[in-house]
Design a protein around this ligand. Structure first.
Ligand code: P6P
Length: 338
């Protein structure tokens, strides 16, 4: 089939035979995420009007309590997925603990667990900066038919069967992998259909963009400070360009297309960094590697890290392989900072 104008639905049908465990459930899960993404997109696109239609905490014209968008996004993704009886559990940045999902007959026959950051960077909405949804899918490891357990969520990132993000930017894009490369789909809002716009995304091996919050420079470990100075030096193809939007999905997506490195390191004010391993770093690392890039904590491959807590934070270096490797060289010079 000519993939030029393939819709996401056609792509899923055409490729589900390559999905790990190739069961229809994963296809249905991705289709459900597609649906929820459209609904969240609709809410985000009118977020600037909340003072007209009711701000969070207000009662809107339907008499419903107006929710903060990240809470709304969480509820929308949760309900869309739960109603379709595809997963046996959900973990979310917006939920203190994981959510056990039982079938109508109280069964737990579903094979997958979903982890998500339903609306990453939501504080940017008030200033009209792009935000995103990040998701990660594993096959459960606990016995089918029993309630999901914490171990189902604490799997290494290398065990993911799918991962993706929705970028609510100048256009709305759904980018995901099932372990067979990375493909990007752009929403045509006029008809509510995602079209294959970026087949087989390959992140350039080298880039000239570095993304880090330099406002925290004074708090960074020596290895990070030295790498930032390397990026700024007038040598070879440097100085690099500094681009930091403060929205992971947006900074990551730009680097996927143009090449670059995104860094959220440890610091004296954040000894484990800021980003969450399970539903931010692992999915983005899976996507980066599937697109030929790299992701580490400055020393070790992100996907090899053994999670211990649902909301644990890790330092994150991700993007063009050669840029991540160079940053790791600077980090290796100062392991004491780890
Ligand atoms: P800082 C948003 O809150 C987020 O989780 C990421 O999307 C973003 O890259 C990062 O935090 C920004 O954090 O500390 O630089 O404002």
């Amino acid at each position: 089939m000519n993939t030029k104008h393939m819709t996401l639905g056609e792509f899923i049908i055409d490729n589900q035979r390559f999905f790990k465990y190739s069961s229809g459930e994963l296809s249905r899960l991705i289709n459900s995420i597609r649906l929820a993404a459209k609904v969240v997109n609709h809410e985000i696109r009118k977020a600037g009007l909340v003072d007209i239609i009711g701000a969070a905490g207000d009662i809107n014209i339907q008499g419903e309590a107006q929710q903060k968008l990240d809470v709304l996004a969480n509820d929308l993704f949760k309900q869309t997925i739960i109603n379709r009886e595809i997963v046996c559990g959900i973990a979310s940045e917006e939920e203190d603990d994981f959510v056990i999902v039982e079938g109508k007959d109280k069964s737990n026959e579903n094979k997958y667990v979903l982890l998500m950051d339903p609306l990453d960077g939501s504080s940017n909405i008030d200033v009209n900066i792009s935000v995103g949804t990040i998701f990660s899918v594993y096959r459960r490891v606990s016995p089918e038919g029993t309630p999901v357990t914490k171990e189902d969520f604490l799997q290494k990132g290398s065990e993911q069967v799918a991962a993706g993000y929705v970028a609510y930017g100048t256009s709305t894009m759904l980018v995901f992998t099932t372990g067979n490369g990375v493909d990007g789909f752009t929403l045509n809002p006029a008809i509510g259909t995602f079209y294959l716009s970026h087949p087989n995304i390959q992140i350039p091996e080298e880039g000239n963009i570095y993304s880090v919050n330099e406002g925290n420079y004074v708090h960074f470990p020596k290895g990070v400070k030295n790498y930032i100075k390397y990026c700024q030096a007038e040598e070879d193809n440097r100085p690099y360009t500094s681009r930091y939007i403060g929205s992971l999905v947006t900074d990551f997506h730009r680097n996927m297309i143009k090449g670059g490195i995104y860094i959220y390191p440890t610091s004296s004010i954040g000894p484990k960094g800021k980003l969450r391993l399970l539903y931010e770093c692992n999915p983005m690392a899976f996507i980066a590697e599937q697109a030929g890039g790299k992701a580490s904590d400055g020393y070790k491959r992100i996907l090899d890290l053994q999670p211990t807590e649902l909301h644990q934070r890790v330092p994150f270096f991700c993007g063009s392989t050669k840029m991540v490797e160079k940053a790791e060289e600077f980090m290796a010079d100062h392991p004491a900072d780890a």
